[in-house]
Design a protein around this ligand. Structure first.
Ligand SMILES: Nc1ncnc2c1ncn2[C@@H]1O[C@H](COP(=O)(O)OP(=O)(O)OP(=O)(O)O)[C@@H](O)[C@H]1O
Ligand SMILES: [Mg+2]
Length: 377
């Protein structure tokens, strides 16, 4: 029975564990919270923070392969553990590259991969931004997720909302569409791609609202997106699954936005819509098992269930009954102890014969299902 370690006990680890248990693995989670979403399902838990070298060493020593729920972890201790011969996938060195948006962009540039033009701005200042030119997007090098480290600026007046941290500025891409491709890759270089997903981002909060799969683009564009995504993961020498976020430009070019070195929100529909879901595919990839089953047997829409603004405390889900009475609707709640505005609390996948039918059904579900909380804030 393979012993798998998970650094971080969030919803991604929770769903990886569901898949890993199917394959007979023994799963240990490291998380500061005893009752984390993944801790609730794991065989064993280590309570500790992700940057506690002692706890990380304890985890990897107990496991054959260790992987991650999140990428914002101090990598020094992980690099040392890998050097001592412990297996971590993806490699800590890869995490170090990807967790800094500037290093990540540098890597694409070195590899000759398409990505929006950018410039490093270690200390954000009005002159540097103006010189680069508006409209631009400022991105914090470190620590951003769910749009929190991103500021879209249309003109010099928007400089007022800049983030006072080491950053890069990037050309604003007036994208026709935002796409994502999940790519799984083994250490021998074999890789597979899922169908291209169309991401609908909430532009006020820059967070994924819902996604549609397969994306409503031509087969030629879909192959082009999959090719760029696979090349990007190969350039990182990635082992595991990767969420490659892309822009489709007005003139049908594909640009890499960023890569998540892990299972990803844009692959959640694969649980119901594909033969092998992204979580199992990741486990297969890191264990060196066969990669397959990416074919999608139904059209799908995935809706994020974000905490409604104005609520905190224990989560409550409204509109559930109505949604569950619709055929092809699957609900996933992550078991988080408390909600807060825009926190990812769960998701819903809607399947149908066609993308149009799935969107129609999903619109209903979106209007019914809301996550509120026991407390108003
Ligand atoms: N250069 C750009 N031009 C136009 N829009 C952009 C650009 N870069 C980012 N955005 C918008 O901001 C969103 C969030 O950006 P990005 O993916 O870099 O940040 P993030 O915080 O890591 O996001 P997440 O964790 O939600 O994936 C993108 O999905 C896109 O809608
Ligand atoms: Mg993103």
């Amino acid at each position: 029975m393979p012993r798998l370690g998970f650094i971080g006990g969030g919803q991604l680890a929770r769903m990886m564990i569901i898949a890993a248990k199917r394959l007979g693995a023994y799963c240990t989670v490291l998380d500061p919270d005893l009752n984390s979403p993944a801790g609730q399902l794991a065989d064993a838990q280590i309570i500790g923070t992700y940057d506690d070298a002692q706890k990380l060493s304890e985890l990897v020593s107990q496991c054959d392969v260790t992987t991650y729920d999140l990428e914002n972890i101090e990598t020094q201790a992980l690099v040392e553990l890998a050097e001592q011969g412990h297996t971590l996938h993806p490699a800590p060195q890869l995490l170090w590259v990807v967790q800094d948006k500037l290093r990540q962009k540098d890597r694409y540039r070195e590899a000759g991969l398409p990505s929006a033009e950018y410039q490093a701005v270690p200390i954000p200042n009005e002159e540097a931004f103006a010189k680069f030119g508006y409209p631009l997007v400022q991105k914090a090098c470190r620590g951003g997720y769910d749009g929190r480290g991103v500021a879209v600026m249309h003109s010099a007046e928007d400089f007022a909302k800049h983030l006072p941290v080491p950053s890069l500025v990037e050309r604003f891409v007036p994208a026709k569409m935002e796409l994502a491709v999940m790519v799984a890759r083994r250490s021998d270089g074999e890789s597979v791609c899922y169908d291209v997903v169309e991401m609908i981002v909430d532009s006020e909060h820059n967070v994924l609202d819902y996604h549609i799969s397969p994306a409503r683009i031509s087969a030629a564009l879909a192959s082009k997106a999959q090719k760029v995504a696979s090349e990007a993961v190969a350039a990182l020498d990635g082992v595991g699954i990767f969420g490659v976020e892309l822009f489709l430009t007005q003139d049908d070019a594909i640009l890499i936005n960023e890569i998540a070195p892990r299972t990803h929100n844009s692959g959640h529909h694969t649980i119901e819509a594909c033969y092998v879901d992204q979580f199992e595919q990741h486990i297969r990839a890191i264990l060196g098992l066969s990669l397959m089953g990416t074919a999608q047997h139904n059209a799908a829409v995935m809706i994020n269930l974000l905490g409604q603004p104005g609520y905190g405390g224990a989560p409550l889900c409204t509109g559930l009954e109505q949604a569950l009475a619709l055929e092809g609707v699957s609900l996933h709640l992550y078991g988080k102890a408390s909600t807060r505005p825009y926190r990812k609390m769960g998701h819903v996948t809607v399947l149908a014969e066609t993308v149009e039918a799935a969107i129609e059904k999903a619109d209903k579900v979106r209007s019914w299902v809301k996550i509120i909380g026991e407390e108003t804030i």
